[in-house]
Design a protein around this ligand. Structure first.
Ligand code: UDP
Length: 345
């Protein structure tokens, strides 16, 4: 049996194609939901079956170490009962790191989905960079989304590194949304590094562009963080909405003419729908999109960058983050090593 641990919305999204693949191939699995981000789970909960176990560990003002201790305490008896052949974690959350460590301590092989992303700065993102480095060292399977992440893992001499593509790309493929270039410029900005003067400047430039291009609709689903919201009144010609549900957002991505964002995940998703991204950051840990040519770093001058691409935003570059077959490769990789999984142990 396979056990899959997740605790946040992105983990649910990025595990959904793996869970679908296991279900279709009738490979037994159980899911454990730690509830690390309870409030973000609802709009994607239909992507996966109801969790087999819910740890419900969140309490007010919990520290990271409280979460670690609570997961370790509650997950251990579950793993003792189930004794899975392999335990899967995704990404770099405290849920992923702690679940992996619990399994490792119990001699249960760990499979890491989306392994090998690196900034090499333990403080940024914190604690995610530390979490992902820890998981890589103890994982029995390191499934890297891209060649670049595989290169990082091989340099660290991690076990069983395999390039699979990113499972979020599988998810975007499964939606079958038709990519078209509509009339909207879709915007998301919320990263901590941009708070303050940087954010204000991006907002002012977006307002200038929205005024200058009245035939385009500038749509900005705005993060509730007060550090983002404090600039809201600068936007008089922009349609500001509440954050969109995941599928509404992906639909908006699929129909946009151009995307302005500082997000990490949006870079992977937009590649599937062949959208250009003006990335409001000086760098990115997902260098593949920049290298492929559809992501452009915009550390300051958004107006100039926008005017260069807006008249010719279409492209036909393959998504470097995956081809929609990551889950198939991940499940094949497990079966190759543990053929008994196929025999429904
Ligand atoms: N997203 C969403 N609704 C929105 C804006 C974004 O569902 O209104 C999704 C988006 O598709 C992506 C994720 O939220 O998968 C990105 O999250 P965020 O930008 O907060 O984090 P990052 O990817 O930078 O870690």
């Amino acid at each position: 049996m396979v056990v899959i641990c997740f605790g946040t919305r992105p983990e649910v999204i990025k595990f959904s194609s793996v869970i679908k693949e296991l279900s279709e191939r009738k490979i037994p699995f159980k899911t454990v939901f730690t509830g690390q981000h309870k409030e973000l789970f609802d709009d994607v909960s239909d992507l996966v079956p109801a969790p087999g176990y819910r740890l419900d560990l969140m309490k007010k003002n919990q520290t990271l170490n409280h979460i670690v201790a609570a997961i370790a305490q509650k997950l251990t008896p579950i793993l003792n009962t189930l004794r899975p052949t392999v335990l899967l974690v995704q990404g770099d959350t405290t849920t992923a790191m702690t679940s992996a460590l619990c399994a490792f301590n119990m001699n249960i092989p760990v499979g890491h989905v989306e392994a090998g992303l690196r900034t090499f700065n333990l403080n940024a993102p914190f604690p995610e960079e530390g979490n992902r480095q820890i998981i890589s060292r103890i994982a029995a399977f390191n499934w890297a989304p891209t060649e670049l992440s595989a290169k990082h893992l091989k340099a660290e001499k991690c076990s069983n590194v395999e390039v699979t593509g990113n499972t979020v790309v599988d998810m975007c493929h499964n939606l079958n949304y038709k990519g078209e270039y509509g009339n909207t410029v879709l915007i998301t900005l919320h990263r901590r590094e941009n708070f303050g003067e940087k954010m204000k400047s991006y907002f002012e430039q977006i307002e200038t562009l929205a005024k200058r291009y009245p035939k385009l609709e500038f749509v900005f689903p705005m993060h509730p963080n007060p550090k983002v919201q404090e600039n809201r009144d600068l936007l008089k010609h922009v349609t500001v909405t509440a954050p969109m549900g995941y599928f509404d957002f992906l639909k908006a991505v699929s129909k946009a003419k151009l995307i302005i964002t500082d997000s990490g995940g949006v870079q992977e998703e937009a590649g599937t729908f062949k959208k250009r991204i003006l990335l409001c950051r000086p760098n990115t840990e997902r260098a593949e999109g920049v290298k492929a040519g559809f992501v452009q770093l915009v550390p300051d001058n958004l107006i100039e960058a926008f005017e260069k691409v807006i008249h010719n935003p279409e492209h036909n570059i393959d998504n470097p983050f995956g081809d929609g077959k990551a889950a198939e490769r991940i499940v094949n990789s497990m079966i190759n090593r543990f053929p008994k999984l196929n025999k429904h142990d």
